[in-house]
Design a protein around this ligand. Sequence first.
Ligand code: 1CP
Length: 354
Amino acid sequence: MQSSFRFIKALKRQPVDCTPVWFMRQAGRYLPEYRAIREKVGGFMGMCKNPEIACQITLQPLKRFSLDAAIIFSDILTIPDAMGLGLHFKTNEGPHFERTVRTKQDVENLPIPDMQSDLGYVSEAVRLTAHEIQHHTPLIGFCGSPWTVATYMVEGKSSKHFSTIKNMLYSDPKLLHALLKKITTASALYLEAQIQAGANAVMIFDSWGGALEYNSYLQFSLPYMQEIVTHLKTKPSTKDTPIILFTKNGGQYLEHIAQTGCAAIGIDWTVDIAQARSRVGHLVALQGNLDPCVLTANPENIVREVKSVLDRYGKGSGHIFNLGHGITPDINPDNVQVMIDTIKQYSPSFHSKE
Ligand code: 1CP
C-alpha cells in the first residue's frame, strides 16, 4: 500500500499521474476549526501531548482539501521539552524555555530522552493517525535539525540574529558540537520511533540553517542532519523510508544536501526550481516552493503563480508541490483551495507521457 501513494512515488522519482501536494503548517492557525480546538483545549503543548487531539488536528486539513500527505501535528521543540528545559507557548508569542543551555555543565546535564516514557505521546499520535489514514494518505513524521533545535535551547526563544548561539559557535565550538551531538542522538531515535509507529516518510526542518555563515553551515548543520540520515539508512526497519531535508535559505547548498542520501530536498521561494532541478534533480526529488505570500493574492494571481512553479519544474516526476515555508495564520483557506485545484487540474499534463 505504502509504495502506491503518489507522494511516496514522487519522493522516489517514480512516474505519477499528477504532482502531489501538501504544505507546511497545513494543520494550523489559518483554519477556523484549528482555532476552535485550540480555544477549547488551551495550551499548544497540551494539544501535542494528547494523542487523540493531535490525531484529530492532523486530519483537519485532509477533511477540507485533497492533499497527498498528512504531517503529524507536533513540534520540533518536543525534544528539548523532553530534555527538561521547561517549554511554554504563550498565545501569539512563540516558544519560551525556562532554562537555557549555555555552559559545559548545562550540556553535560542534558539527558537523552526516553522515546517511550518521555516522547511516547508522539509515537502514539503517529500510530493513531496512521491507523486512521493508511488506506488513502501517507503520514509524514518530523523533527528539527540539530542546529535549528539548538538555537531555541541556547537562545531560550525565537531569535532574529542568533547572537548567543553564534557567540558559542565562534568562541567555544567544541561546546556547540557537544550540544549538537546530543540533539542528534535524540533526533535519530525520535525519527526511528515515528517510523516504527507508522510514519511513511520523515522530514528534517532546518529552518535556521540559512542564518549560518557558509562554512559554519557545512560544519554545524549539515553533518548532523547527515548523521540522522545515516542512522536511518543503516537500520533495517527504517532504511527504505524516504527522508526530506529542508534548509530554509539553503539554496547554495543543494549539491551538498543531495549527497546525504536523502530522497528529497525542500526548497524555499528564493530558489528557482528549474535551476535546482538541473543541479540536483538526477539525485533527489524536490519539494516546494511557492512563496506563502502568494496566497494573500486574488485567485487569478494565485493560479498564475502556482502554474509558474509547475512550469518551471517541467515534465516528469520528482516534484512534490509545497510552499517555501509554513502557511501563515492570515491566509484565507479558500485561497488554499484555489492552489490545490490548480495543481490537480494543471499538473497531469506534465506527467501524461510517462
Ligand atoms: O499558537 C499555536 O496554535 C501554535 C502555532 C504552532 C503550530 C500550529 C506552533 C508553534 N507549532 C505548530 C505546529 C508545527 N510546528 C508543525 C505541525 C505540522 C504542520 O506543518 O501542519 C510543524 C512541522 C512544526 C515545526 C516547527 N516548529 C518549526 C519548523 C518549521 C518552520 O515553520 O520553520 C519551527 C521553527 C517550530 C518552532 C515553533 N513552533 C511554534 C512556533 C510559534 C514556533 C517558533 C517559530 C519561530 O521561531 O519563528
